[in-house]
Design a binder for this molecule. Structure first.
Ligand code: C5P
Length: 235
């Protein structure tokens, strides 16, 4: 079995408020996308990498990754799409059909531990066709009717049943392709693009399994997240 990783890096990162896309923002001397690529490759289970690049920055991202001594697997860089779902689909479209397992990882989670990458990959190889890392939720979560200022609460799910999910999310290539194809066929009839790949698999009615996540794989959205990641890097 071989594993391909699709590294999504095409987002604008508007919430970070920088003048360059989030994946190229510096963390401890290196851009987020390079941290993420090094960690995926460093896990030892990734045989090839496809990276989705922000608009007009394909060559910049390619230079960065292909010349890095730690990124020792073949790298293909493609233009991302208008949504994360479209970017993953663009990555899948160029994926070598010889890979049986696909891990989809967000450059926005640059400090993903190698152990976590191995845990997800191993669970897929062990026969679970869709695997996501998840952590118990420590906050009480309310479901609301979204509003501008004051919002109406319509429910409080029991948090014992909730998991906050991370990436990499792992799939058999066959299932991930089928899920994206069905997602594309639905788009237009359903409003929003999926924010994770497992959601597309769930929509097919196929099982998705959770393995233990890791707080170090936290997602960087705001300046505060970036400062937390910088602290994590110093440890
Ligand atoms: O915007 P958000 O942080 O949720 O994006 C998650 C990941 O998806 C990021 O790594 C981002 O670069 C990527 N993305 C993408 N193409 C888009 C939007 C987001 O590759 N159009």
């Amino acid at each position: 079995m071989t594993t391909l990783a699709i590294l999504t890096a095409a987002g604008s990162g508007a919430r970070l408020g920088r003048d360059l896309p989030k994946a190229l923002v510096d963390l401890g001397g290196f851009p987020l996308v390079l941290h993420a690529a090094r960690r995926l490759v460093g896990s030892g289970v990734v045989d090839a990498l496809v990276v989705t690049a922000p608009d007009g920055l394909r060559d910049v991202v390619a230079d960065l990754l292909i010349t890095d001594a730690h990124v020792t697997v073949p790298v293909t860089v493609v233009d991302g799409g208008p949504t994360r779902q479209a970017s993953v689909a663009a990555g899948l479209a160029v994926a070598d059909a010889s890979h049986d397992v696909v891990l989809v990882h967000d450059a926005a989670r640059p400090l993903v531990p190698a152990d976590l990458v191995r845990r997800v990959d191993a669970a897929v190889r062990a026969g679970h066709d869709a695997v996501v890392p998840g952590l118990p939720v420590t906050d009480t979560v309310k479901q609301v009717v979204p509003g501008d200022d004051v919002e109406l609460v319509v429910g409080t799910p029991d948090r014992a049943w909730l998991r906050a999910v991370q990436t990499p999310q792992g799939f058999t290539r066959e299932l991930l392709e089928r899920a994206h194809k069905a997602g594309r066929e639905r788009s237009g009839s359903e409003a929003a693009a999926a924010t994770d790949d497992a959601g597309l698999v769930e929509a097919l009615g196929e099982p998705v399994h959770i393995v233990r996540g890791d707080a170090a794989a936290a997602k960087i959205t705001t300046e505060r997240d970036l400062r937390m990641a910088a602290l994590e890097l110093e440890d």
